[in-house]
Design a protein around this ligand. Structure first.
Ligand SMILES: C[S@@+](CC[C@H](N)C(=O)[O-])C[C@H]1O[C@@H](n2cnc3c(N)ncnc32)[C@H](O)[C@@H]1O
Length: 421
């Protein structure tokens, strides 16, 4: 596998398709801003390139907030999504639900009343850094905001309807918008003026009303006729067990960047009661692709290196250990590609004849050297059931120079396009 497969003039280059920014303009996609998502336009391009119809099936084994499943549903194409994080799987499912706008309005009014009343006490208020009552010097939510959130959320727990799910999502979105911290790369960073901002219950209620109006407008104008099947599960295991078949896969796995999504989405996981203890969070972390270093996941087989490019990368990392930000990075790199090898193999077993696979990834930088993740993945895929068509460059991402990789200031983000052998 060499750089000659890289198409620097790919038609989607610099069109903003590899990030979620433009999704905020699309009905339903805008119900939750998922920073790690890509654009529906990328999915549409893949669908158009295959001329898919309602007779075909699309799969996304790393479905995140469900951009693929929602875009497929909008085009009446059956689809399947797999997502390990229960909160993001909930986002993906909820975005494809329908309900009567009058039912939604009535439930909104009742929920709003309950959010005004709030709760006298909520379980999370003393836990970790959730509110000032935790005794820490920084906290994610001001107490009256969290109590108001639970006033509404607890009320909805007695309702099982689609409208209730939509409003739960709106509540979580609203409280995150008035949080004292924001998502920044792999962590939550406190806003510089968070103490002065003094987010209040009133700000939260205004956000809730805004989110509700968006949802109402979208359900009035869009009806989803083909509901996707979404599994809240680990792709690495479910692909082995489940009887699936498909004609197109569009996906973006976690990048090899040490981000732990379960940590970044920890507030949402706890707020929405998708998990209730740090033990459960840790178990979830172990089900994710090994692209991070904090959890003690299974050590990769050290004798397994299926790609000469990977071998070279591994040796470079091992000989520059002093430049690594964490000693487990070489292991993580091997573990990541071991996981992805299994995924490629399972996908090839389930794919229909001539199926295509579009995989969006970004390169990484460790020990001051760029890791060509796209080339390594393409190399591995071609040994496990796939033929490479091309690697289309989507953009060069600007990267903050760090003391570990002082010479690297851009990283290639690309889409690997494969065809079943
Ligand atoms: C880059 S994001 C995908 C974003 C998606 N394309 C979208 O537009 O919302 C990668 C997703 O893979 C999920 N993930 C990580 N490990 C997984 C696993 N073992 N099985 C299924 N999903 C996993 C993460 O939780 C994350 O949501």
């Amino acid at each position: 596998m060499t750089a000659k497969y890289i198409n620097h003039n790919f038609e989607l280059k610099d069109q903003g398709t590899s990030n979620f920014v433009e999704s905020d303009n699309f009905a339903r996609h805008r119900w939750y801003y998922y920073k790690e998502g890509f654009s529906p336009n990328l999915v549409r391009s893949a669908i158009e390139s295959r001329e898919l119809t309602s007779e075909h099936i699309i799969l996304d084994p790393f479905n995140g907030s469900g951009t693929v499943t929602l875009t497929a549903a909008e085009q009446y194409i059956p689809s399947v999504g797999i997502e390990v994080n229960p909160f993001t799987a909930f986002v993906a499912k909820t975005k494809t639900l329908n309900t009567n706008p009058k039912v939604l309005s009535k439930l909104f009014e009742e929920t709003y009343e309950n959010a005004i009343l709030g709760r006298k006490y909520s379980q999370l208020e003393k836990y970790s850094t959730f509110t000032e009552l935790s005794g820490k010097d920084k906290w994610l939510f001001n107490l009256d905001v969290l109590r108001s959130f639970y006033g509404g959320y607890s009320y909805l727990e007695n309702h099982r309807s689609n409208a209730s799910k939509m409003l739960r999502l709106a509540l979580i979105n609203s409280i995150m918008n008035v949080s004292n911290a924001r998502k920044d790369g792999k962590c939550l960073r406190y806003k510089s003026s968070w103490k002065k901002l003094k987010f209040s219950k009133r700000d939260f209620l205004m956000e809730f009303e805004k989110q509700y109006r968006k949802i109402k407008e979208d359900i009035e104008h869009t009806i989803i006729k083909s509901s996707p099947k979404i599994y809240n599960s680990d792709s690495r295991s479910i692909l082995k067990k489940q009887n699936l078949n498909f004609d197109l896969i569009v996906t973006s796995p976690p990048y090899l960047n040490t981000f732990d999504y379960t940590d970044i989405y920890r507030p949402e996981l706890f707020l929405g009661k998708f998990i209730s203890s740090s033990e459960e969070l840790y178990k979830l972390r172990l089900k994710t692709v090994r692209s991070h270093v904090q959890a003690k996941w299974k050590t990769p087989k050290s004798d397994y290196i299926d790609s000469l490019i990977l071998k070279d990368v591994y040796q470079r990392l091992m000989s520059n250990k002093e430049l690594l930000m964490h000693p487990r990075i070489p292991q993580m790199v091997l573990a990541y590609f071991e996981d992805m090898k299994g995924v490629f193999y399972q996908l090839s077993q389930k794919a229909n004849k001539h199926a295509h696979l579009w995989m969006v990834v970004s390169n990484s930088a460790y020990a001051n050297s760029e890791i060509p993740v796209d080339l390594i993945l393409a190399d591995i895929a071609t040994k496990h059931g796939w033929k490479l068509r091309e690697i289309g460059v989507l953009r060069e991402i600007r990267k903050r120079k760090t003391k570990y990789s002082p010479d690297i200031d851009t990283l290639r983000e690309s889409v690997i396009i494969l065809e079943k052998k």
